[in-house]
Design a protein around this ligand. Structure first.
Ligand SMILES: *Cc1c(COP(=O)(O)O)cnc(C)c1O
Length: 667
């Protein structure tokens, strides 16, 4: 078989024959070399090459900030990033100014850390030259657009974007069908290619789309909004499309897949698609080809679906299998997709050491099976330009850190190098200057202590903890020095507690209008990958205060340490594994060994108090460092920044993908 012509004619045959794509030439694809694509497609088609199909409900690919595809056409208006509005305690500025950063909108098929982990996983798999294909959904209405509102907390609007004009995203002339109720819904297959850091290797991503004229109107929206949860039917159907549609798409493309990796229980129905009709020994073999990664210890994170609703979407033999492997232990009218995955997958893993311990307590039957593979971030994606320059200047000592992220642990060897310390401080100051430029209308200054809380505003992450006692912040600011606090994050529209926390936050900020010289508080709406890349690299301290032990891993702090940003964190998720590395301050409640505690007892009072104590220590160190070269070389601030960078040698997806390869993928 001539593989080259397969890749060219088959993979790029797009749905509209008249639409000639000028950005795909004989040897380039949107400005990148095509050889990696041809090689990746060849390996996936080859039954003698071991390949993995990686299923995820969401992908945060960071296509707008790293390896962005270069198109000859002007960016479609709908694919431009809207500027973010601001809610601050200088309200007069909020009316006149918006925050403009990147021109290009991130591909809006993610909601938060889970999706970004999936995207970073694909990138590291590309860097390592693995044969893997991502499978997901083309969310035509994205997640949602947020607009702050003092009365309601947030208002919610649909995302608009134009997939067919999104650079590098290709609709194929290939389709699969999935039965929903009495209808068969057609799904178009789209493709995106994720390039390695050196552009030599590629991971294809297959995305499913029901928004087709040939489908009845109700079905076009099935791949509309990510995590639409107005009723269970939506949840079931979105999961069926990912699982059934995904398996069928891989089949339709002719890929030979040895391992199906379910990134979270959302993808569980992929197993169901393949199991129907198999005998016992067939089932046993099938289980060997499934792997499951569990991402949460929070109850709402585990899908529990009523059998009566599943019966509206699945046949009886499918229901029998769901019952056989997935009955919920507390309620036998429900199918628990976490149990289901733990039963049918050969390997099961949690996403940090601590999360592994907690998962074993929550699911004792599977204690032996549960492994821990700590999450990471893709280093080349999340390194700011100024730090890339810094790391390259010290390449002699660090090594080729973009090729192998683990080499960043060599930053340890620079801890007594005064020139590096000063260069590090300068690189940080340059990043901070970019932030202050973006926020100049709010008079944000680069010599003022700046701290950020930014992530999904889900209750256990405790958005409002640092604002518990505004008087205490004011008092500290007067004594130690001014504070700039930046917030960003969306609450799922059906998460009442998350939305009311946002409302409370805005009201507290509103109450601080007179005090913006001492404590400046800025909320940026529509937190996304663009804002994340800027914020994680440009502030002095990254605040991470989930209620332990409910943060499975967390990854935003990993982006921050990579850029020398000091941590202020509770003892949870990945931070447990870095607790002795002196990367900042760790504070607050932590459950006793072997205990989990309550998900709804937020411990706001006691943890706010310890947060303020640690914050004050960090502010003092920062202001000493800010005011004197002598102090910053000796007072420990820069040492903490170096410790942060050195820890990035572990908390990255390159190390993580190698771990997955050892115990799950086994290429
Ligand atoms: C990294 C990232 C997250 C994850 O944040 P956590 O603090 O780990 O929950 C969420 N959203 C965006 C946009 C990110 O870039």
């Amino acid at each position: 078989m001539n593989h080259e012509s397969t890749a060219d004619a088959g993979e790029f045959k797009i749905y509209n024959g008249e639409y000639k794509n000028l950005d795909i030439t004989d040897d380039t694809f949107y400005g990148y070399p095509k050889v990696g694509i041809i090689e990746a497609e060849r390996k996936l088609l080859d039954p003698n090459t071991k390949s993995v199909g990686y299923f995820s409900m969401e992908y945060g690919l960071a296509t707008s900030v790293y390896n962005s595809m270069k198109s000859s056409r002007e960016l479609n208006e709908e694919n431009r990033r809207y500027p973010s509005e601001v809610f601050s305690n200088i309200r007069s500025m909020d009316y006149f100014h918006k925050v403009r950063i990147n021109n290009m909108k991130e591909m809006p098929i993610y909601s938060g850390g889970l999706g970004i982990l999936a995207g970073d996983t694909l990138k590291s798999a590309a860097d390592l030259g693995y044969s893997l294909v991502g499978v997901g959904t083309l969310w035509s209405k994205g997640y949602f657009m947020q607009n702050f509102c003092l009365v309601d907390g947030q208002n919610v609007n649909e995302v608009r974007w134009e997939p067919k004009d999104y650079p590098g995203l290709i609709p194929l002339d290939k389709y699969v069908k999935v039965k929903i109720g009495n209808d068969k819904v057609t799904l178009r297959i789209w493709k995106y290619y994720v390039f390695s850091y050196d552009h030599k290797h590629v991971i294809p991503l297959v995305l499913l789309d029901s928004n087709l004229d040939e489908n009845p109107p109700w079905a076009r929206d099935l791949t509309g909004q990510l995590y639409k949860s107005d009723n269970v039917w939506w949840k079931i159907v979105q999961r069926k499309i990912l699982g059934y549609g995904g398996v069928r798409a891989l089949r339709e493309l002719g890929y030979s897949i040895d391992k199906f990796h379910l990134n979270e229980g959302h993808a569980a129905f992929a197993f169901l698609e393949k199991v129907v009709g198999l005998d016992n020994s067939g089932i046993k073999d099938l289980k060997k080809s499934f792997a499951y990664t569990c991402h949460t210890p929070v109850k709402a994170g585990h899908d529990r679906l009523p059998i009566s609703d599943l019966e509206k979407v699945f046949y009886n033999d499918e229901i029998d299998i769901l019952k056989k492997y997935g009955i919920d232990k507390e309620n036998d009218k429900l199918i628990n997709l976490t149990y289901f995955c733990m039963n049918v997958c050969d390997t099961v893993n949690a996403v940090a050491q601590k999360h592994g311990e907690v998962t074993k307590i929550q699911f004792p039957t599977y204690e032996e099976k549960i492994q821990s593979i700590t999450n990471g971030i893709h280093i080349p994606t999340w390194t700011s330009d100024n730090f890339r320059e810094l790391f390259n200047k010290y390449k002699d000592i660090l090594g080729d850190w973009e090729r192998d992220s683990r080499l960043l642990s060599n930053a340890d060897k620079l801890r007594d190098n005064p020139e590096f310390k000063e260069d590090l401080w300068i690189a940080h100051k340059k990043n901070k200057a970019q932030l202050t430029e973006v926020l100049k209308h709010w008079f944000v200054k680069d010599d003022v202590f700046t701290i950020v809380w930014a992530r999904r505003a889900t209750p256990y992450k405790r958005l409002t903890l640092i604002m518990q006692e505004p008087e205490r912040l004011l008092e500290m600011a007067k004594r130690v020095g001014p504070i700039q606090i930046i917030f960003a994050g969306k609450a799922h529209p059906n998460d009442d507690k998350g939305v009311s926390n946002l409302r409370a936050l805005l009201q507290t900020i509103d109450g601080l209008t007179e005090h913006s010289d001492e404590v400046k508080v800025i909320c940026l709406e529509n937190y996304d990958i663009n804002l994340a890349k800027m914020l994680t690299s440009s502030v002095d301290v990254w605040l991470n205060n989930p209620l332990p032990p409910f943060e499975a891993s967390g990854t935003s702090g990993m982006k921050a340490i990579l850029n020398g940003v000091v941590q202020l964190s509770t003892l949870d998720g990945w931070v447990v594994e870095a607790k002795d590395a002196n990367i900042g301050r760790i504070f607050g409640y932590s459950p006793k060994e072997g205990e989990i505690g309550s998900e709804t007892d937020f411990k706001m009072q006691e943890d706010a108090n310890s947060l303020y104590n640690s914050l004050e220590e960090l502010m003092e160190l920062y202001y000493q460092a800010e005011h004197s070269v002598e102090a910053r070389l000796t007072n420990g601030w820069i040492s903490m920044m170096i410790n942060c960078i050195a820890q990035s040698g572990f908390f990255n997806t390159s190390r993580m993908a190698i771990d997955y390869n050892k115990s799950v993928w086994k290429f």
